[in-house]
Design a protein around this ligand. Structure first.
Ligand code: UDP
Length: 380
């Protein structure tokens, strides 16, 4: 099937990493259109996926945009819409992977008379989006999209609660190639040397820096834990949240945790890093639409604690394939981390269960087949 994928971002967020896997499946006849240059385009090139940047400057709508800003940005978007509509002539459908791509893709699909698929990777709730942004997304999806693919039941339900049509939304979880995560190597010694991380009980946090990703919750939990526990923060502020990073640094100073929190920056060797940790903590304070890092930790054989909300609750069975912790509750988080640290055998057993669960339920082949089948059913 000839698919024109659309994504607004040049950065490598979870939506872009997941789209890379989907686009690879359709790579022979498809094109990924981006609205800005950046590491995502570089990754597509490395993977041998055709890509093109249609506009270098991303349209300036933020998740919190109000109506005036929204209307102004529509004017900004017109040249982009026209360019996408023209490119779409050579493809069977437009596949919008992000919210701004939906806005552009919806208008382009009308002009080009091509069906639109919207891959919904956001929870359309008040915690994540302004009312106008929710309204725009749901209205465009309801009127223009032939099919909406949600990345979890939680994402699907939030869409319906926000007024989205239930008939055209289907759930397909993100998929992963288990082989990428089966690494025998541990980077512990290398990391100890490179970042001066002493040995101990390493808790990894893998995420872009953003207030709702809750790195601060983990840092707060750390003060209740014994000095052998260390936190590795992997990721960076991808979308301009530098103030939040400064806040984290101030928090670390205030608690005197400078020797126990280690910033590793944005990395592309996630499986090996996860395999080097004793535990992965996922601490989002708002419901996570899916939570790729949770499944990745399972595949890397590292036990995981996840925030008990949104899509994460569909990935982890508490006490069997991981632990769930109430979001934004540092004391409870500290208690669970201390429990994991003390119960080595249980930790191993849970990691084993989680690995089997992830291999069985989140394979990239299953995901790609499910998407291909949905496209056949709804579009062909
Ligand atoms: N990630 C990465 N390098 C980093 C930090 C994170 O490649 O330094 C990846 C991580 O492995 C995961 C993705 O970024 O695949 C984040 O996806 P998730 O669903 O957890 O969150 P999102 O960014 O989509 O909100």
């Amino acid at each position: 099937m000839k698919v024109l994928f659309l994504d607004q971002s040049g950065q490598l967020g979870g939506a872009e990493l997941s789209l890379t896997d989907v686009a690879k499946h359709f790579q022979d006849q498809s094109l990924v259109c981006l609205f800005e240059e950046g590491p995502f385009a570089e990754k597509l090139a490395v993977e041998g996926i055709s890509w093109q940047v249609i506009q270098h400057k991303a349209p300036s709508i933020s998740k919190e945009s109000g109506i005036v800003q929204g209307l102004l940005s529509i004017r900004q978007l017109l040249p982009l819409v026209l360019a996408v509509a023209k490119t779409a002539q050579a493809y069977q459908l437009i596949y919008a992977n992000t919210q701004k791509a939906l806005v552009v893709g919806a208008m382009a699909s009308v002009l080009a008379r091509k069906p639109l698929v919207y891959h919904l990777r956001d929870i359309l709730s008040a915690e994540h989006f302004s009312p106008i942004n929710r309204k725009v997304a749901v209205t465009l999806a309801n009127t223009c999209a032939t099919l909406v693919i949600a990345n979890s039941q939680a994402t699907r339900q939030a869409f319906i609660d926000a007024g989205g049509k239930a008939e055209t939304i289907e759930v397909v979880y993100n998929g992963f190639d288990p082989q990428r995560y089966q690494l025998e190597i541990s980077l512990r010694q290398k990391l100890q040397a490179e970042f001066g991380i002493p040995d101990g009980f390493w808790v990894g946090h893998f995420s872009r820096f953003s207030p709702w990703k809750g790195q601060d919750v983990l840092i707060e939990a750390l003060q209740y834990l014994d000095p052998g526990v260390r936190v590795l923060l992997v990721g960076k502020a991808l979308f301009g949240e530098d103030e939040y990073v400064q806040h984290l640094q101030a928090q670390i100073q205030d608690y005197g945790l400078q020797d126990r929190v280690h910033f590793l920056g944005f990395r592309s060797d996630i499986p090996a890093l996860m395999a080097s940790c004793d535990l992965v903590a996922h601490t989002s304070t708002a419901p996570e639409p899916f939570g790729r890092v949770i499944v990745e930790a399972m595949l890397a054989g590292c036990p995981v604690i996840a925030a008990d909300a949104g899509g994460a609750t569909e990935l982890v069975e508490h006490g069997t394939t991981g632990w769930l912790c109430p979001p934004n509750d540092p004391q409870q988080l500290a208690q669970i981390i201390a429990h994991c640290q003390a119960e080595g055998d249980q930790r191993l057993q849970i990691a084993k269960n989680a690995y089997a669960n992830a291999v069985q339920n989140f394979s990239v082949d299953q995901t790609n087949q499910a998407i291909a089948m949905l496209l056949q059913t709804y579009i062909a």
